[in-house]
Design a protein around this ligand. Sequence first.
Ligand SMILES: *Cc1c(COP(=O)(O)O)cnc(C)c1O
Length: 431
Amino acid sequence: MKGLEAARSLPYNRGVSRPPSSRPHPTPAIPSSAPEPLATAGGAPVRATYLPLAAPWIGEREKQLVMETLESGWITTGPKAQEFARRIADLAGARHGVAVNSATGALHVALAALGIQPGDEVITSAYTFVACVNVIEHVGAVPVLVDVEPDTLCIDPLAIERALTPRTRAIMPVDYAGHPCELDRIMGLAAGRGIPVVEDAAHALGAMDRGRPIGSIATVTAFSFYATKNLTMGEGGAAVTNDAALAERMSLLSLHGMNRDAWKRYTDTGSWYYEVVAPGFKYNLSDVLATIGLAQLERFEGFQRRRAELVARYHEGLADLAEVRLPGARPGVTHAWHLFPIALELERLTCDRARFVQELRAENIGTSVHFIPIHYHPHFRESLPYHEGDFPVAEHAYWRAVTLPLFPRMSDRDVDDVCAAVRKVAAHFRR
Ligand SMILES: *Cc1c(COP(=O)(O)O)cnc(C)c1O
């Protein structure tokens, strides 16, 4: 919770997120049937053991395939990374895939391959992971932040339209929590200007927009296979596109700008010769990790089905609780359900979000907050011209956001425990 600790020291907090010890909180009158005391007050926690926010599911298949790759003699970028890139492109409905070692790397090579340069403006969400904004800075461009839509917390197309200038060279929307952003409208805005859309789909592998897979629509779509993501290899990423030349350029830039892949150079059919045609990066994916991804792909449909079941159970367990609002999906959307972020109705509670999270932790429920708005981070407060109040929807969401545990290996019982803990804490702090 480093980020949260840091956020408390920001000038923006205005006491909203003061450490709980410094704020008097009401002692609830004891009703005739006294509720179970909170774990922080010496009561029994809802769960005896800690439930994390997310946990990978590495099975025997992953182990078996990794052993085969380790024994194959080829452990860095090679046939497995190539096969994985092809499979991800297929799943995402795109013609070409480039496997890299993170989504951050995928976003970076996408901007570089598209020729985004110093002075160019790139529009992205104020409510995203810092990777988006960092890579825009890495290519020397100017990040232009815009607000999100209140229901999906995805970038707001109207806000994009208002932020367009003659210097806008790309739009980088984010599929928040796994809900696709308004791609048709965003693509329309971009097409009108002849600029590309680089979609951050780190949360959205498997999501669809009216039957079209995420990955088949934007100019480039980036996926993450980080430890907590819906499909994982510990660290990994991919960029997919329908543009063959762009795919070729991203692939080149992902490995030092060299015009031949190492595995082709060192097999006996290949050649020792290569040329560096651009100062590329070192973002290539190793075959060991790609192998984990290939095993995960075999199970991915089942993972996604299980996520949807768990979400349905959360809805059953919490729908009637007035102190929280639950995330949903717009009509026509297949949600990837990477995250289950609820919003606290602070007006109905006597505690703030930080206290709510702390109480859940004591009840043995792991949570997180997605996201700390970009302009709240010290670096971006200095490098970007934004202030508190500039992105009211993102800021409103931030102070209320609590992401609950969601991962396919969770049991129904685990979801019930989370619901019980949320109900218990909400009951204690009910106004
Ligand atoms: C996880 C994440 C990333 C970065 O993914 P890496 O693979 O760790 O680089 C980018 N954007 C969003 C929205 C993410 O959640």
